[in-house]
Design a protein. Sequence first.
Length: 129
Amino acid sequence: MLQEQEFERLGSNRTQRVDVRVVAATNQDLSKRVAERAFRSDLFYRLNVFPIQIPALRERAEDLPLLVRYFVQRFSRQLNKDVEYIPADAMEALTQYSWPGKRPRTRETSSSAPSFSLPAKNCASLSQN
């Protein structure tokens, strides 16, 4: 289907034309897995047309405040909380954390922040200014 851009549904004799883009993500080195014969080379070359390398969050500490701001604002709206600030020491602790994963771990951590209403003293603003 990826190469021919067409397929037939199971039990049908009509060919369907499709225009498909596939976005795939992994934490594996697929070229190494292909060499080990643990991943199909034909699939690797079809998927590897436009590779995008995204470093782990621990390698991009400057992105953390923006991600935390986004997730806290998102969960604040869901919980009908008005959270305008994150304590500076909390942001510092998040910045110092080693972040073994990527974005989903940040989301999980930030989702609990709106549950705590804090005064604005010694806090980092969530506004984009």
